[in-house]
Structure formats: structure tokens, C-alpha cells
Design a protein around this ligand. Structure first.
Ligand SMILES: C[S@@+](CC[C@H](N)C(=O)[O-])C[C@H]1O[C@@H](n2cnc3c(N)ncnc32)[C@H](O)[C@@H]1O
Length: 254
């Protein structure tokens, strides 16, 4: 009769675990910390790495940022990838074949890392320099066929009938607890009012918004629009003056 050899079984289990681990690895694997000549490492408590060029910012020349081993060029007023960008990137899960909408794409960072798994990506931004930066980065990575960068406010550039499995939102948010009338709240209200039109039935929203004090107002907007926090991730230590907070949002009673 055939008998199992325990050492063969252990090797088999080890191999299975390793292949499972590699299958679970997302588009953003941990990168080793290293010194990159000409760059300063930005302290970030998560798994990914972020480096800013130590060269002075010069008019007409792109500023360079290395985010998790990829070099991004930032033109003019476009926003550099920050530790908030890295936290969002690290905690948003893109599944094979997902259609993704990246609102407020900035340098294009979320879209560029989503590309490995996504079937289609639309990246929008209201800023001309952001659109220029995203387009240039996407071209440098040879991803023009998969990522469509469009200029415009929130969902304005989305075409009729387009719906997404994942909507990423990392637009600017209110930073002053005392100022309840901050006009940025109106933009977020419009986002939550309209988002379901563009989200597939069981789709999810990855919404990045720092500051613990903003949570009640965000919950109120969600409730009003029959959306709910499905999951929340945060690092409550104050870093670069804000907390790192990521909301995973779905339709209510999902
Ligand atoms: C903090 S940056 C984030 C950039 C990028 N998503 C990232 O993770 O690094 C916010 C971006 O949102 C854009 N933005 C702000 N309001 C917007 C709006 N109403 N519609 C589209 N984009 C907007 C800004 O121009 C800016 O590029």
C-alpha cells in the first residue's frame, strides 16, 4: 500500500504556500529600502517606497518622483505622489479584468499601477498640468492603449454608458476642521451624489481623505446617497500633518 512520506508532504505544502503567496501579490509589491543617488527617501509607514528628486524644481522641466520603483515626471502645478497616494495605492485592490475610473489622477500614479490587472482605465483630472503629467508618464510607460486620460471636473469626461468596477477618488479635500463652509465639501457632495451612475452594481470606491475630523461629514454624505463604508483602513499617527485614511465604499445593503 502507498504511504505518504512526511518530508514529501512538507515540501508540497511549502511549494503550495509559496505559489499561493505569489498569486496573492498585488500590483504593488514591497520594494527594498535603498539609497537612490539624487533622491531623498520620503518616510512612509507602509510597505511601498517613495523618493523625491533632491534637484531644485525648475520652470519648464519636470520634477521627478520615484514611487515604488517607477519614475514619474510632474509638470507645472501638477501634484506629486504623496504618502497619501502611496497609502491609497497600497490598499486598493484591482482584480483581473476590472474596469477602473481614476478621478483626480494627478501624475497618473494610481492608473499606472492598476494597469497590470485592469482591463480598461479612464483617468481624469480637472488640472491641465495634471493631465499633461499623466499623459507623459503613461506614454513613457507605453500604456496609452490601456489608459485613457481625460481633462474635466469629476464625471464630466466620462462617456455615456461607461460603468466601472472600481472608482478611485483622491481629489483635494477640506483640511480645516473649523471651516464647515469649505467649498471643497461641495465637490465631494457632487461626487457622492453622482457616483452610482458610473459604478457597476457590485462595484467599489476607493476614497482617500485624510483627517479623522472629516469622518462624520463623510458618513453623512454616504448615508444621504445610500452608500456605505464597507471597510476602512487608517494610520492614525499624524504624518505630514494628516492621518492616512482610506475608505472602501459600496452601495448600501450590498
Ligand atoms: C491630491 S492629488 C492626487 C493625485 C493622484 N491621484 C495621486 O494619488 O497622487 C488630487 C488631484 O485631484 C485633482 N482634482 C481636484 N478636484 C478635481 C475635480 N473636481 N475633478 C477632477 N479632478 C480634480 C487635482 O487637480 C489633483 O491632480
Amino acid at each position: 500500500m502507498f504511504k505518504f512520506n512526511p518530508s514529501v508532504i512538507s515540501v508540497f505544502i511549502l511549494l503550495m504556500s509559496l505559489s499561493l503567496l505569489s498569486a496573492c501579490a498585488t500590483q504593488t509589491q514591497k520594494q527594498p529600502a535603498e539609497v537612490i543617488p539624487g533622491y531623498d527617501r520620503i518616510i512612509y509607514p507602509g510597505e511601498l517606497t517613495l523618493y523625491y528628486s533632491s534637484a531644485e524644481e525648475e520652470d519648464g522641466k519636470p520634477y521627478k518622483v520615484i514611487a515604488n520603483n517607477k519614475e514619474f515626471h510632474i509638470f507645472g502645478e501638477a501634484v506629486k505622489p504623496s504618502i497619501q497616494s502611496m497609502y491609497l495605492l497600497e490598499n486598493s485592490v484591482i482584480n483581473e479584468g476590472d474596469a477602473v475610473l481614476d478621478i483626480g489622477t494627478g501624475s497618473g500614479i494610481q492608473a499606472v499601477f492598476a494597469v497590470e490587472k485592469a482591463s480598461q482605465i479612464v483617468a481624469t483630472d480637472i488640472g491641465k498640468d495634471a493631465v499633461k503629467s499623466a499623459k507623459e508618464n503613461i506614454k513613457r510607460f507605453g500604456l496609452e492603449k490601456k489608459i485613457d486620460v481625460r481633462l474635466g471636473d469629476l464625471f464630466e469626461p466620462v462617456k455615456e454608458g461607461e460603468k466601472f468596477d472600481v472608482i478611485i477618488n483622491n481629489i483635494n479635500y477640506p483640511e480645516d476642521e473649523e471651516n464647515e463652509e469649505d467649498p471643497l465639501w461641495k465637490v465631494h457632495e457632487r461626487f457622492f451624489r453622482d457616483v452610482k451612475q458610473y459604478l457597476k452594481q457590485d462595484g467599489r470606491i476607493y476614497y482617500q481623505s485624510g483627517f479623522l475630523f472629516n469622518i462624520p461629514r463623510i458618513q453623512k454624505m454616504l448615508k444621504k446617497n445610500k452608500l456605505q463604508i464597507f471597510e476602512m483602513k487608517m494610520i492614525t499617527a499624524v504624518l505630514h500633518e494628516k492621518e492616512l485614511i482610506l475608505y472602501v465604499i459600496k452601495r448600501e445593503a450590498y
